[in-house]
Design a binder for this molecule. Structure first.
Ligand code: DON
Length: 304
């Protein structure tokens, strides 16, 4: 039996003494208020046992991690039609690049870069009655936790400074791949990115991706074919132009956010979330990546 708690305690101890912690994101001004000293980690195994260390109970802005949840909801509502409007190839580019979008006629490379998530939000705006509330309820229900909320200050902060996302949305619209108006779609996008969850809450939501689409209460959200597709996209596109490095170092499907969170999973085995706000130069949590490399190396558990 692997002693997950011991391994996680060791990883957290090493992280707490690390000097090089990366840089906290500041292009969304509200995010820069968070201390680079924070570090949290939670692992939830298939049987529902949870192992935590550090600031695992503190909520943070999950940012791009929410793109996986938006994709899940849109895939459920739209089925395979979705892939006519967004691709499944890694972009090899930073998360907010626009050049490929123009070269490829407004069809984003994948749903986990900003442009792709904006198209996904367009689908949610078209399909849901009250998009912001319905999306929030979807996340709350998976985790069985009605306390999960958006962070109003972060959403407004990004709305004021999200110029590149406006540029992406208008470019997509110019190619006819955005049905609703830019303001409405980006409103959902910014709120979705502002979702705040702790590591302990995040693993409960991502449990469905390691458990064939079923949550801890055994309720079904997606079928196994959809889960297979979403996990494949996380593996190949979850870390932007560092997806190769994450697969190489960690060897799990996962997703990062500029709030410093990372969530990753081994199907049928466990789901793990880390939070350390300092980012490397690709926009992924520096200590989070290191922690997950240690986890899969020490346990010998990865998809490879
Ligand atoms: O749109 C943005 O730039 C942010 N709301 C999300 C970016 C993000 O988290 C990318 N992740 N590494």
């Amino acid at each position: 039996m692997i002693d997950f708690q011991h391994i996680i305690d060791t990883i957290a101890k090493e992280a707490n003494t690390a000097e090089e912690r990366g840089k906290v994101a500041s292009y969304i001004p509200e995010l820069s208020k968070v201390s680079a000293k924070k570090f949290g980690i939670t692992l939830l195994d298939a049987d529902g046992n949870s192992f935590s260390a550090g600031d695992s109970n503190e909520r943070f802005s999950i940012q791009s991690i929410s793109k996986v949840l938006a994709l899940a909801k849109a895939f459920d509502l739209e089925g395979d039609h979705l892939w006519q409007r967004v691709g499944v190839e890694p972009s090899g580019d930073p998360f907010n690049h626009l050049s490929l979008l123009e070269m490829e006629n407004g069809i984003p490379r994948n749903p986990l870069i900003n442009a792709g998530a904006i198209v996904i939000c367009d689908i949610l705006v078209s399909k849901l009655n009250a998009p912001k509330q319905d999306f929030l309820t979807f996340v709350q229900q998976i985790a069985n936790d009605p306390t999960i909320t958006y962070d109003e200050a972060v959403a407004q902060s990004e709305k004021k400074t999200g110029f590149k996302n406006y540029a992406a949305a208008y470019l997509i619209k110019s190619y006819g791949n955005l049905t609703n108006d830019v303001e409405t779609v980006l409103d959902l996008y910014f709120y979705m990115c502002s979702l705040t969850l702790s590591c302990e809450q995040l693993v409960k939501v991502f449990y469905i991706f390691m458990n064939h689409g079923k949550c801890l209460r055994n309720q079904h959200y997606l079928n196994i074919f959809q889960i297979k597709r979403i996990n494949a996209i996380m593996l190949t596109c979850g870390f932007y132009d560092e997806a190769g490095e994450f697969a190489f170092e960690v060897g799990l499907p996962g997703k990062s956010g500029v709030g410093g969170g990372i969530v990753a999973l081994l199907p049928n085995e466990f789901c793990v979330a880390t939070w350390s706000p300092g980012l490397n130069d690709k926009g992924n949590s520096k200590l989070g990546m290191r922690a997950l490399e240690k986890l899969t190396t020490k346990t010998g558990l990865s998809i490879f």
